[in-house]
Design a protein around this ligand. Structure first.
Ligand SMILES: C[S@@+](CC[C@H](N)C(=O)[O-])C[C@H]1O[C@@H](n2cnc3c(N)ncnc32)[C@H](O)[C@@H]1O
Length: 216
């Protein structure tokens, strides 16, 4: 993955990331060895900060992978006895996530829903005060339409990977054919959430780019 943050700065920032148990370090190693893209610790630290600041309790995550971010989110809501609902389409990853959640002792705090978010989100009856989107970038716009009504006023919508390793700033002819559609959709998504009258959005060049939107 190409970093949008200077690598020396990134390394320096990472030195301030919170300590974590060995099983989390093992998950980081597993992710690297198996090409699973997970949030870096400094992004986990930022999400934790947002959850504490906003006193979030009921969290929805789209894109569990192996539950690395899910575990960070669960720790962040622990002081308010909160809950995480997380969705993963890939069966193998979902099974690994279930094992990792067990290892973390967080089975009671996390509900993992296996399947396509496009099918699952419309079935969700709950409202959420923190929504983390970290799945297929080309689908963020569709997710948003379904998620916006499920976000409480004052709640936060956090969208990950919105700078797509810097691809969003390249001219179309510099993009590979297969990148064009998802990058165009991502640009449209960013435009939509930064101009939406119901949201206050800021884009932060941390990790692979994080958009934080507050629902008015
Ligand atoms: C970037 S990874 C998530 C990383 C994880 N949030 C973390 O930081 O530890 C994206 C995950 O989203 C899943 N995904 C992609 N599209 C999805 C969809 N439509 N519904 C559910 N999961 C999806 C992928 O299988 C992948 O495991």
């Amino acid at each position: 993955m190409v970093s949008i943050v200077d690598s020396a700065i990134e390394k320096y920032l990472r030195s301030f990331a919170p300590g974590r148990p060995d099983f989390m370090l093992e998950m980081e190693k597993y992710a690297e060895e198996n090409y699973v893209s997970i949030i870096p610790p400094e992004v986990a630290q930022f999400l934790t900060f947002l959850i504490h600041t906003n006193r979030s309790c009921n969290v929805l995550e789209i894109g569990t992978a192996i539950a690395y971010s899910t575990i960070w989110l669960a720790w962040a809501v622990e002081p308010r006895d909160g809950h995480i609902t997380t969705i993963e389409i890939n069966d193998r990853r979902a099974e690994t996530a279930i094992q990792n959640i067990k290892t973390a002792g967080l089975d009671n705090r996390i509900t993992l829903l296996k399947g396509h978010a496009v099918d699952i989100i419309p079935e969700l009856k709950d409202s959420y005060d923190f929504i983390f989107i970290d799945a297929a970038k080309g689908q963020y716009g569709w997710f948003f339409e379904e998620l916006y009504p499920r976000l409480v006023p004052g709640g936060l919508l956090v969208s990950d990977n919105v700078l797509a390793e810097g691809l969003v700033v390249l001219a179309d002819e510099q993009l590979r054919h297969r990148q064009k559609t998802s990058v165009r959709r991502l640009r449209d998504y960013l435009k939509m959430i930064t101009t939406h009258p119901g949201l206050e959005t800021t884009v932060i060049p941390l990790g692979d780019g994080i958009a934080v939107s507050l629902k008015r």
